[in-house]
Design a protein around this ligand. Structure first.
Ligand code: PLP
Length: 370
């Protein structure tokens, strides 16, 4: 290792996902069901707003907390949903920026943070970078949020419970009862509750539920990356108790500085865009892929996001993914998101034609005898 590289960088690695992309780079016309972003484009009105902002000279730093009209629009929307006395909001540099600031603000070295396994890849990496201790609670085979398992993982060092519903990589959504139970447990034990709600708009069965409805100290992270296909624009937001938000802003000031200003004007316009058509379309894609695979793969039906997490028909998800890639199908091995190597992730944020080709390949591999 190069002598200049700091120890904190050695506690996690990114080799798993790189291996998949290296294998994929060799493919000519792959069926790509690996992508973690919508297949529709940024709504035109949002593009126009950002272009107008750039042409109108709104290119400088914005206030650290974000442009006032966006912050105000979000504040109103949040206050309607959660009429808490002490809830403030700021604009972060993507949801990832909000996650990083949340962890830097609340997690001391040695503090334990509980989240479900499978998990979004950034969680353990960010925690280790900050000296936190990831405590991944196994949620196989149904990936439900079980308050008893969370309670059993709590120790005197537990600082935070990190929730993600709808979840990446499983697409599973927590029920109101499950969220309420965990929200009340966190309140009772005085443990910070951080809710990553980046997929909140992609919710197919019923109404989206947040633990913030049951615990007024919940810190919520959301953003425009997935809902409006703005992953490259880097606009997210965080809301929670005002002192915690103020402390995050102190760190944002000396790190990210602000979210890109033209993108924030785009996000303001995005709040007026009706996403109904896209969500309906993704629900249809969810049904199409689930119906085509559920008779030959073990899959927990996703209630949200745009992922499914089927069990591989052979003893290794990673091996199965290598075999799928040999057949021209790009998917992600489950062990990137988990301590287990038994599943794989499909993204159904793809064209119907790609999904049909992907489903055909997966059906042909379902017996495990590839
Ligand atoms: C669960 C989860 N949280 C956060 C993010 C990061 O989102 P952003 O692009 O807004 O940083 C992702 C992106 O894949 C995600 O899946």
């Amino acid at each position: 290792m190069h002598p200049w590289i700091a120890d904190r960088t050695t506690t996690f690695d990114s080799s798993g996902i790189r291996k998949v992309f290296d294998l994929a780079a060799k493919l000519k016309d792959p069926v790509n069901l690996s992508i973690g972003q919508p297949d529709f484009d940024v709504p035109e009105a949002v593009q126009d707003a950002a272009i107008e902002a750039i042409r109108g000279g709104k290119n400088a730093y914005s206030p650290t907390q974000g442009i006032a009209p966006l912050r105000e629009a979000l504040r109103q929307e949040i206050a309607e949903k959660y009429p808490h006395e002490d809830r403030d909001v700021f604009i972060s540099s993507g949801t990832s920026g909000g996650l990083m600031l949340s962890i830097l603000t609340m997690v001391n070295p040695g503090d334990e943070v509980i989240f479900l396994d499978p998990f979004f890849v950034m969680y353990p990496a960010l925690l280790k970078m900050c000296g936190g201790v990831p405590v991944a609670v196994d949620s196989y085979p149904d990936f439900r949020l079980d308050v008893n398992k969370i309670a059993a993982a709590i120790t005197p060092r537990t600082k935070m419970i990190l929730l993600n519903s709808p979840a990446n990589p499983t697409g599973v959504t927590a029920s109101e009862a499950e969220l309420k139970a965990v929200a009340e447990l966190a309140a009772e034990k005085n443990i910070a509750l951080l809710s990553d709600e980046i997929y909140s708009r992609f919710f197919y069965d019923g109404e989206f539920a947040s633990p913030a409805s049951y615990n007024d100290q919940t810190i919520v992270i959301d953003g425009f990356s997935k809902s409006h296909a703005m992953t490259g624009w880097r606009v997210g937001y965080v809301h929670g108790p005002s002192e915690i938000i103020r402390t995050m802003l102190k760190i944002q000031q000396y790190t990210f500085v602000c979210a890109p200003q033209p993108a924030q004007w785009g996000a303001l316009r995005a709040m007026e865009v009706n996403l109904g058509g896209h969500i309906e379309d993704y629900k249809r894609k969810r049904d199409m892929v689930f119906d085509a695979l559920s008779d030959c793969y073990e899959i927990a039906k996703p209630g949200g996001a745009f992922y499914m997490f089927p069990k591989a028909p052979i003893d290794s998800g990673a091996k199965f993914v290598e075999q799928a890639i040999e057949r021209g199908l790009l998917i992600i091995p489950g062990n990137i998101f988990s301590s287990r190597d038994s599943h794989f992730r499909i993204s159904f944020a793809a064209s119907d034609e790609q999904l049909k080709r992907g489903v055909d390949i997966l059906r042909s591999m379902a017996g495990g005898s590839v």
